[in-house]
Write a protein that binds this ligand. Structure first.
Ligand code: RIB
Length: 298
């Protein structure tokens, strides 16, 4: 296969981390404050690039102060960039608690202006194409319509959750987290067995492969109807922001290298856990050797 294309969002993440998340109407004190680039698309692309995959990130940022910060970070990464400029860089406002759990509000800014015509000159064939849902769904639909028959593998993260039947049916892999899997399957997930049941429902409904990211419970895949659960890699998480994106990026990186689903799941399951050991999205994503030595230690 040629390459991984990530068509997706790029944001600046403004994060406060404290003992606990605020309730509605409540003010709580934070212990840490940090600003790093993030965005589900950029996070996936960087994670794939750091694990050795030939990767291109397609997205839109603002011609503003935050866009300059993003550019300076992205240029240091081992990925190709197809960036267009819109009005304002997308922003994410993140609260993290002392278990590393988060709450995010996203202002999409230029991400919401990304159109298929911005990148229809790029030839995507015999490649992996990755989507998340922080860009217009019409852009995802148009890209799928125009690239579906070019021997591409489409991996969609239905996050933030919006149910789009066309996208769901036309993806080779769907990668919901626990909550999104519940919404897709109408199965409430309280155990690994529930998650297996949810994966079956989703697989039967959309006839694709389903990966459910279960956070501290690990992950599972339903590949052509065969279900395997991967135990969590034990760590003390400080910030889970971007862990799911890291999972997708590193899964794709290993899959394009090996075309082996089992190896790719083990690799991504470990990489995503490692990404929660430090603060922020971009700075926390592991490099290939970090992941390989963690797998070796396990
Ligand atoms: O998935 C984590 C990402 O979601 C953050 O980096 C933030 O930008 C939001 O898009």
């Amino acid at each position: 296969m040629n390459k991984i294309f990530v068509i997706g969002s790029i944001n600046i993440d403004i994060t406060v981390s404290g003992k606990r998340l605020p309730e509605k109407g409540e003010t709580v004190k934070a212990d840490k404050f940090y600003i790093y680039p993030g965005g589900k698309g950029a996070n996936q692309a960087i994670s794939a690039g750091r694990c050795g995959a030939k990767t291109e990130l397609v997205g839109k940022i603002g011609r503003d102060y935050f866009g300059d910060i993003i550019n300076s970070y992205l240029k240091k990464e081992n990925i190709d960039l197809s960036l267009k400029y819109g009005k304002q860089t997308g922003m994410a406002f993140i609260n993290v608690d002392n278990h590393g759990k988060n709450m995010i509000t996203v202002y999409p800014g230029s991400n919401s202006e990304l159109d298929y015509n911005d990148f229809n000159h790029i030839k995507m064939e015999n490649s992996i194409i990755m989507f998340q849902q922080e860009i217009p769904l019409k852009t995802i639909e148009d890209t799928i319509k125009n690239t579906r028959n070019n021997n591409n593998i489409i991996i969609t993260d239905p996050s933030p959750f919006i149910k789009n039947e066309f996208i769901l049916k036309n993806s080779d892999f769907l990668t919901p987290n626990e909550k999104e899997a519940e919404l897709l399957s109408n199965v409430s997930i309280n155990s690994i067995e529930d998650a297996k049941k949810a994966s079956k429902t989703i697989h039967e409904k959309y006839s694709n492969n389903v990966i459910i990211k279960l956070g501290s419970k690990g992950s599972l895949i339903n590949y052509n109807g065969e279900i395997v659960h991967y135990k969590p890699y034990k760590i003390n998480a400080v910030d889970t922001t971007g862990a799911g994106d890291c999972f997708n990026g590193t899964f794709a990186a290993k899959y394009i290298e090996t075309e082996d689903v089992d190896k790719s799941m083990e690799f991504a399951n470990t990489a995503a856990a490692l990404s929660t050991l430090s603060y922020g999205a971009f700075p926390s994503f592991p490099y290939i050797n970090d992941v390989l030595s963690a797998i070796g230690r396990n």
